[in-house]
Design a protein around this ligand. Structure first.
Ligand SMILES: Cc1cc2nc3c(=O)[nH]c(=O)nc-3n(C[C@H](O)[C@H](O)[C@H](O)COP(=O)(O)OP(=O)(O)OC[C@H]3O[C@@H](n4cnc5c(N)ncnc54)[C@H](O)[C@@H]3O)c2cc1C
Ligand code: FES
Length: 295
């Protein structure tokens, strides 16, 4: 562990409290990890040992925590050996967890209209961020989420009106409605009440509907697949908005020691290599060299 992070990343043997399968190979995992729960911030991730036969841990964003009850929750998709091994783990078993890792999102008090965009397994950090923004009275978040497999929650029509969102786009994440935070959903799969298109199209329609003074109060926060992040960065640039992106990169150590997760940034005209694990995973979208990134 690099020196600057040594005192803030913990190793815990976490008991699995709940592990629920959802359509499309999605899993929601809740673990008892009081140190992680106490220190994680939106954008933080944990490095999980999927089982004892796989020495390489897998990084997963934290979706929710309860610092008082000492639990943390994740949403992940099974895509390969590690996540399949993780999905086989059962309630009551113990999981080795390293975390929280990384620099998270920073709320901008000068720009209280927070536009959160989450796509697929990029949804978890947005849920976490929405919950934290909820505790900041001046912040007015709008959450837009996209998925091409059924959403891992029961979708229902929102009770919160959002001016500027096309009529008929009414589906929400119920948890957000319960928190009093407006949310809307997008998909190319024709799900009822969802925007038929990309999250960035829906976000663009909403931005276009705002008066210039209102638009000047917007900051974008986003996490999802690279093509979505690239589109979000372009949307932010088109409207001159600040945009923070949560990046994913293949990771070995995840604690700053191997440089395996290097990302090319343009910092004030100078090219710089930064480690996604500890310098990120949240970066300024305007600094990311999008053309150099594979999809
Ligand atoms: C900081 C961070 C946060 C993450 N948060 C989440 C999350 O909240 N939920 C979630 O489902 N996934 C998340 N991921 C991705 C997750 O770590 C990978 O899906 C997982 O490591 C795959 O392991 P595997 O052994 O199952 O698959 P592998 O057999 O290693 O790979 C299966 C497929 O997934 C691709 N893949 C593997 N790792 C990554 C990666 N890091 N980025 C992009 N593609 C990858 C491979 O190219 C391959 O196509 C995150 C990754 C990072 C770096
Ligand atoms: S994964 Fe080793 S430095 Fe980031």
């Amino acid at each position: 562990v690099s020196k600057e992070h040594r005192s803030t990343i913990f190793l815990e043997d976490a008991r699995i409290l709940a592990h629920t399968a959802h359509p499309g190979g999605q899993q929601v995992l809740r673990i008892e990890a009081p140190k992680l729960a106490a220190r994680a911030v939106p954008g933080s991730f944990a490095h999980l040992r999927c089982n004892d036969r796989l020495p390489m841990r897998r990084p997963m964003s934290v979706m929710r925590v309860d610092p008082h009850e000492g639990w943390a929750e994740f949403l992940y998709k099974t895509v390969g050996e590690g996540t399949r091994a993780l999905a086989a783990r059962r309630e009551g078993e113990t999981l080795s967890v390293l975390g929280p890792i990384g620099r998270g999102f920073r709320a901008d008090p000068a720009r209280p209209r927070a536009l959160l965009l989450g796509g697929g397994v990029g949804i978890p950090p947005m849920v976490f961020l929405a919950e934290r923004l909820r505790a900041m009275p001046q912040q007015r978040p709008l959450v837009v989420m996209g998925s091409e497999v059924p959403f891992p929650f029961t979708v229902r029509p929102s009770e919160i009106l959002v001016p500027g969102i096309p009529a008929g786009v009414i589906a929400c994440m119920p948890l957000m409605d319960d928190w009093g935070i407006p949310s809307r959903l997008a998909s190319l799969q024709g799900y009822a009440g969802c925007h038929d298109g990309y999250v960035t199209d829906l976000a663009g329609a909403w931005l276009e509907s705002l008066a210039p003074a209102a638009r000047d109060e917007v900051t974008m926060y986003t996490c999802g697949p690279t093509p979505m992040l690239r589109a979000a960065a372009a949307l932010a640039a088109a409207y001159g908005l600040p945009c923070q992106v949560c990046m994913e990169e293949f990771m070995a150590c995840a604690v700053g020691g191997c440089a395996g997760c290097a990302l090319r940034l343009n910092e004030n005209g100078e090219e710089a290599m930064r480690r996604v694990c500890v310098d990120g995973p949240v970066f300024d979208a305007a600094q990311v060299m999008w053309d150099a990134l594979p999809d």
